[in-house]
Design a protein around this ligand. Sequence first.
Ligand code: 5GP
Ligand code: MG
Length: 187
Amino acid sequence: MASSVFEKPADYRPAREVPVLFSAETIGQRITALASEIRVAMGQEFLIVGLLRGSFVFAADLVRALHRAGCAPQIDFLTLSSYGAAKESSGQVDMHRMMSDSVAGKPVLLVDDILESGRTLEAATVWLRDQGAASVEACVLLDKPTGRTLPIEARFVGFEVPPRFVVGYGLDYAGYYRDLPFIGVLD
Ligand code: 5GP
Ligand code: MG
């Protein structure tokens, strides 16, 4: 057979060999609790801005938990990137795509997969404020505080993680592993 167009990095490991850090069940329980915290702090109506692509799985589960908690948010997405196909951040954040909904005057809940240096949240927060957001709070599934280079914290955090490279539940390595229902460790 001809070689696949899906060329994998030399250190690619099959998903079944990726050690689990947080199981699907653990993540689900944490998201239910997060939704209650958000409902209390933000009320019923706000605009969720998910940062693509990493947050798409988390955002999908979070918005349904928020619905069960009594919230009725608007939902939009913003594409930023800083990693490319490496395991180390390039240190640069590019804003690729703008949003379709209006931000002006709305309380915004930024949703991202993982907060590390803080550059991604910083760039998105500045941009949303420039668009006239009434307020900007952040909710991240994972917080890797050891990697922080900016004084940025997220108001709502799912789990703190050690300084390891994690994949799954939306987080990728070279485009792979986003489909894993759990968070695993790759390094
Ligand atoms: P920051 O801009 O805060 O340094 O990094 C945030 C972004 O870097 C996240 O949205 C995510 O895309 C990426 N990132 C940081 N740590 C990891 C990690 O351990 N695994 C993966 N897959 N992405 C990460
Ligand atoms: Mg990201």
